[in-house]
Structures are given as structure tokens and as C-alpha cells.
Design a protein around this ligand. Structure first.
Ligand code: NAG
Ligand code: NAG
Ligand code: NAG
Ligand code: NAG
Ligand code: NAG
Length: 390
């Protein structure tokens, strides 16, 4: 297929695959979103909470932008010599929109509408490319998940052609794969357990399929829901629970021990684009086209908070290592940091006007302080870090 039409197909699939008729906007690429955002929303989005004296005040101020590296600072790319923004990798990380990023303890893995899976070093400040799996996904890939344990790091990527590939990141090679596995259009979102023993994937008919990564031929478990497209999935840090979010607004939590549904959650309008367990597994954050992030208590199933502030679809969420902060990325290009202590937005990064499809918190202790990475329609990974001191 010629490149142009392949890319268009990928983009179209990304936006319309869940349910073409139900989407307010059939073709994401033809949107001119900024003009849809009246100025009044800008002031709301930029608002930071009132000063408050608490032990985390300094941290909050740091994250609120005081200590985030100046986003307009420029430097020269060590690889190609081009002048670029200092926190961005040299443009472009991918030749098409980046749809997913995941992090192991030492690498960031990114997938895009192009066919390559790219692996970036975390330990070196400039985050050089560590490896490219060239032509890995014929039609591009839309989701990536990675194990977080230090030993035998694995990543899994899900492609637009319906395949899942498991990557051995220690030896930088393909470990196993499954091709179109369900009777509809294959699998969609994927999650991998922290130690990499199991992988779970949603399907367009609402099923959750679970495999042992050591045996991708035989399914280890399967959960069934009401049949609505499974748009997102996550596994808790202890591997005991799986959460899925669906096109019809359904959010489910499954218990891996009993292999049964643990909760069916209510509260957000459809569809759900991201679900993420907090590091301690007590909370589940969920978001989507309601522009609100819902926080749910995992043991009771009660909704405990609504985080509002985004004025567009929220595509992606990631918790900080300690669970103190949540970062969210939106279709309008805004990236927000939320404090769990105050349950409010403490920072907004709004330099990108291109949609942000993926955010990922960086593991602690990787080249200095805390930070996160975002990526999307700009095709460039952007690393944000808290600097030391004020
Ligand atoms: C998956 O692994 C578990 C534990 O190692 C084992 O009990 C189970 O039989 C495996 N299932 C499949 C389908 O391989
Ligand atoms: C889920 O349960 C199965 C069977 O009890 C077990 O083999 C597997 O390791 C568990 N998965 C995780 C991620 O802990
Ligand atoms: C999952 O089910 C098992 C067996 O009933 C139970 O012991 C465990 O607490 C459940 N896990 C969660 C997180 O509720
Ligand atoms: C969150 O918002 C929903 C919809 O407006 C509402 O039904 C729910 O009660 C709110 N929950 C909390 C905890 O504020
Ligand atoms: C995309 O990233 C580049 C830096 O690589 C930046 O200069 C540009 O403003 C960004 N474009 C959008 C639309 O966000």
C-alpha cells in the first residue's frame, strides 16, 4: 500500500474503529480543534490552585511549573545538530502520530501510525534511541504496554492489523506474537503484568483475553462483558486485578484469583479511553470523552472524586511512582498534572496544539527528579522534569 494511504488508514482506524456512527467527530484529522475552544476555557485550564501551606507545598509548586524546565529553552540536538526545544527529542520521534508510550525501568517504548516500534534510553539525559524494531507492524500500532520489573523486561505492542507482538527488551528481539485472535476486528488495548508473566487484551466485542506470555497459543483466562468495544485496559501492580473501560461507558474490574467480575462501575459518560490503577492499587482513575477523570475506590467500587479541568477528550492517564500525582493528556494538546492530596490540577502544559494521545510517568531515579513524557499528533516525545531546588 502506498505510504500516504496507509497512514490515512491508520489514522482513520484510530478515530473511527470504536464505533464510527457514535463518534461526534468521524475523522479526527480534519478537526481544527483550537478554534473550537473559546478563550474562556484557556483561563480555566491555566488556573492553578490557591496557595496552601502543607508539607507538599514545595513539591506542588515545583510541579506547578516553577521548577519544570522552561519549555521555551532551546538547545541543539546532539544527534543531528538541529536546534530544538530542550525538553523535546529532536523532531520527529516517529514519522506519524504517536499513539502509545510505555516505560520499563530503563526504557521508553513508543508506537505510532508508522510501522516501527522504537525503544528510547531513559538513563541518559538526552534519551537516545536504543533500538528500532523496523517494520514491526504493517499498518502501524495503537497500543503498547511494558513490564516494570527490572529483570527480563518485556513490552507488548498491538497493531492496526490485529496482531500483538511481545518484545524481549533485554535482547532487543521479538519473543512471540499472536495474529487476529477474535471473531471481530482483533484485539485493541493491552496491559502486561508488572513482572511480565501475563498479558491481557480487550476485543471489539467486549471480551478481555488473558494469556501467559510464555504461551501465547492458549488463552489463560477470558472475561466477558456486555459486548461493548473494550477501549482501554490496565492491570494492578500486584497483578491481581484487571480493569477495562468500554465504548458504552462501562468500567469493569476483574479479580484474577477468582476469575470473576469484582465490580461494574458507574459514573462517567461514554466512551472510556483510559483506566489506570494507582500504584498501591487502592484507586482506579478513568477518563474519556466526558472530559472528566473519575476516581474510584477499588475495594468498594464507589466513585470518590471527579477531576475536572480538561475541556476536551482525555486520551491517556499515568500515575506517579508514589501515587501522589496523576498526569493526563488530552485531544486538545493539554497535559495536566493532578495532586491526589488536593484532588486538583496543579500544572498544565499547553504548548502543544497537537493532540496528546499518550502520557507516561518516568520511573523514579531515572536521570534525576520526577518527570513524565507525553506524545501524540506532534510525533515527538516530550520529556518534562522537575528540577532540583526552587
Ligand atoms: C499460565 O501459567 C500458570 C502459572 O504458571 C499455569 O498454572 C497455567 O496453566 C498457565 N496457563 C496457560 C494457558 O498456559
Ligand atoms: C493470575 O492467576 C493465575 C492463576 O491463579 C496465576 O497463574 C497468574 O500468575 C496470576 N497473574 C498475575 C499477573 O499475578
Ligand atoms: C480476589 O478474590 C480473592 C478470592 O476470593 C480474594 O481473597 C481477594 O481479596 C480478591 N482480591 C481483591 C483485590 O479484592
Ligand atoms: C461525579 O460527577 C458525576 C456526574 O456529574 C456525579 O454523578 C457524581 O456524583 C460525582 N461524584 C463525585 C464523587 O463527586
Ligand atoms: C511540535 O513539536 C515541536 C518541537 O519538536 C514544536 O516546535 C512545535 O510547536 C510542536 N507543534 C505542535 C503543533 O504542538
Amino acid at each position: 500500500m502506498p505510504t500516504a494511504s496507509r497512514l490515512l488508514l491508520s489514522a482513520r482506524t484510530f478515530f473511527t474503529l470504536p464505533a464510527p456512527a457514535a463518534f461526534a467527530v468521524p475523522l479526527g484529522l480534519s478537526l481544527n480543534l483550537p478554534s473550537l475552544l473559546p478563550g474562556i476555557f484557556e483561563s480555566i485550564l491555566r488556573a492553578v490552585p490557591k496557595k496552601k501551606t502543607s508539607h507538599s507545598k514545595k513539591r506542588m509548586r515545583q510541579l506547578a511549573g516553577k521548577a519544570l524546565k522552561d519549555v521555551t529553552a532551546l538547545n541543539r540536538c546532539s544527534a543531528c545538530g538541529k536546534v530544538k526545544r530542550s525538553h523535546m527529542l529532536c523532531e520527529h520521534s516517529h514519522s506519524f502520530d504517536i499513539f502509545g508510550i510505555a516505560s520499563t525501568s530503563s526504557h521508553i517504548v513508543s508506537v505510532a501510525g508508522d510501522s516501527n516500534v522504537k525503544v528510547w534510553e531513559l538513563a541518559t539525559p538526552k534519551h537516545p534511541l536504543a533500538h528500532v524494531f523496523n517494520g514491526a507492524h504493517r499498518l502501524g500500532a495503537h497500543h503498547v504496554a511494558a513490564s516494570t520489573a527490572v529483570t527480563e523486561p518485556l513490552a507488548a505492542t498491538a497493531g492496526f492489523a490485529g496482531e500483538i507482538i511481545i518484545w524481549d527488551l533485554e535482547n532487543m528481539k521479538e519473543r512471540s506474537r499472536i495474529e487476529v485472535v477474535s471473531d471481530c476486528d482483533g484485539v485493541w488495548a493491552i496491559a502486561i503484568s508488572p513482572k511480565g508473566e501475563q498479558i491481557a487484551a480487550t476485543t471489539c466485542d467486549g471480551k478481555i483475553n488473558v494469556w501467559n506470555t510464555s504461551d501465547m497459543k492458549n488463552m489463560a483466562a477470558q472475561y466477558t462483558t456486555k459486548g461493548s468495544f473494550g477501549m482501554c485496559i490496565d492491570m494492578s501492580a500486584d497483578g491481581n486485578l484487571i480493569a477495562s473501560g468500554h465504548q458504552n461507558g462501562g468500567i469493569y474490574i476483574f479479580n484474577n484469583t477468582t476469575e470473576r467480575m469484582h465490580h461494574s462501575l458507574q459514573g462517567l459518560v461514554k466512551p472510556i479511553r483510559c483506566v489506570k490503577f494507582s500504584p498501591a492499587g487502592k484507586l482506579l482513575a478513568a477518563c474519556g470523552d466526558s472530559n472528566v477523570i473519575g476516581l474510584f475506590d477499588v475495594s468498594s467500587g464507589e466513585q470518590v472524586a471527579n477531576l475536572s479541568g480538561h475541556s476536551s477528550w482525555i486520551f491517556s492517564l499515568a500515575w506517579s511512582t508514589t501515587g501522589e500525582y496523576l498526569v493526563s493528556g488530552s485531544f486538545d494538546g493539554k497535559v495536566k498534572v493532578w495532586s491526589m492530596e488536593t484532588r486538583s490540577c496543579v500544572a498544565t502544559q499547553s504548548e502543544a496544539t497537537a493532540s496528546v494521545y499518550a502520557v507516561q510517568w518516568l520511573p523514579k531515579g531515572v536521570s534525576g527528579g520526577e518527570g513524565f513524557v507525553s506524545a501524540g499528533a506532534n510525533r515527538t516525545l516530550a520529556f518534562y522534569r522537575e528540577t532540583s531546588g526552587e
